[in-house]
Design a protein around this ligand. Structure first.
Ligand SMILES: *Cc1c(COP(=O)(O)O)cnc(C)c1O
Length: 348
């Protein structure tokens, strides 16, 4: 779909914690560049032998600059002191930092204001081991700013000015994340925009802002499969005084009366439970602690100890589950994926 609109994709692996098997699927599908916000994830990709170019989506901290220079190839940056430190690190490695200058168009993440872009570009171009290869913006991330025709037009104007200033065309005019797909699909992208950084749409088949499914994709490529540890009939009394639970949260009102409840082998330490949705509509999460989920299975078919209960995931639940050291990661055939611990709790 992106190819039809002249958009190249960086495949964002952070939602899968840099899982190399997932990265290989992306690379095998025609994606040439990967992207991640964490050096540990990029190190994981490199350790598994993946040598494709990787974009570092988050600025490195000062203590990480050398490692970042070694692991990544393209850097989304706007802070001059970081760019200078990276430039020195790249000089030591005999490598060129390829920089995408980030502009803030209102999402209030990283990025300089549009008026400062020319001076940032001039500054980077003066550095010996750094080159501007593009400009980029964020949408629907920190503050949920929706991309629209107007912000895309601003990005387009900035890109044209940058190309004029540099005397060459930009390799990347990177117009955001999965939330920009609807604009593309309705033909509202200016021609100079040629790049998206896509995570959620590739992994979960949804755009970011409204979570709308993208046609032709599956939304259940990932799931958590938990085991039932215990199951009870309990008389639930909702008239007792109940304060905050073990996690300091107030729990949802309980359904009173005789309820069939199942205790499952994953908890808040393993995944963002609010983003885990039972596949069976007759299963309902009633609460959870760090290590357990309790589900109301009163209306589900016969649940017994050892049964598996499956949950689909939103992006937050996916990202947390994939980075949990406790969950065993298996593929669709039940084969354990690379670099996961073999001490099984629930599966993802
Ligand atoms: C995570 C991230 C993306 C990918 O966002 P999705 O909504 O998952 O497509 C893109 N750009 C940056 C800078 C990111 O940090």
């Amino acid at each position: 779909m992106c190819a039809r609109y002249g958009i190249e994709i960086a495949g964002v692996t952070k939602g899968a914690a840099g899982n190399p098997d997932i990265a290989r699927i992306m690379l095998g599908s025609g994606i040439r560049v990967l992207a991640d916000s964490r050096l540990a994830n990029i190190a994981r990709l490199r350790a598994s032998g993946i040598s494709a170019p990787v974009m570092l989506l988050r600025p490195p901290s000062m203590g990480e600059v050398d490692e970042a220079a070694g692991l990544a190839d393209i850097f989304l940056l706007s802070e001059t002191s970081t760019i200078q430190a990276l430039n020195r690190a790249c000089g030591r490695l005999g490598k060129q930092a390829r920089v995408i200058a980030m502009v803030d168009l209102g999402d209030l993440r990283e990025g300089i204001s549009p008026s400062q872009l020319p001076s940032l570009i001039a500054e980077v171009e003066r550095l010996e081991h750094s080159t501007i290869v593009g400009i980029g913006a964020n949408f629907a991330c920190h503050t949920g700013l929706m991309p629209n025709e107007q912000s895309m037009a601003t990005l387009s104007t900035l890109a044209q000015a940058a190309e004029e200033q540099l005397g060459r065309s930009l390799e990347y005019v990177s117009a955001g994340n999965s939330s920009s797909i609807p604009l593309m699909a309705t033909g509202q992208l200016p021609p100079v925009v040629n790049h998206f950084r896509l995570g959620e749409s590739l992994l979960l088949g949804r755009e970011t802002a409204a979570g709308t499914p993208i046609s032709g994709t599956h939304q259940n490529a990932f799931s958590i499969v938990a085991q039932v540890l215990e199951v009870w009939w309990r008389n639930v009394d909702d008239s007792c005084e109940r304060g905050a639970n073990a996690l300091g949260r107030n729990t949802a009102p309980l359904r009173p009366g005789k309820r069939h409840l199942a205790m499952l082998n994953f908890g808040a330490i393993d995944a963002e439970i609010s983003g885990a949705i039972p596949v069976d509509p007759n299963v309902e999460i009633t609460g959870f602690s760090s290590d357990l989920v309790i589900a109301d299975v009163t209306h589900a078919d016969d649940v017994t100890v050892g049964d598996e209960i499956e949950f689909t995931l939103n992006y937050h639940a996916l990202a947390t589950a994939m980075s949990s050291p406790y969950l065993l990661q298996t593929d669709a055939y039940g084969t354990t994926m690379s670099a996961t611990k073999d001490r099984e709790r629930a599966n993802v």
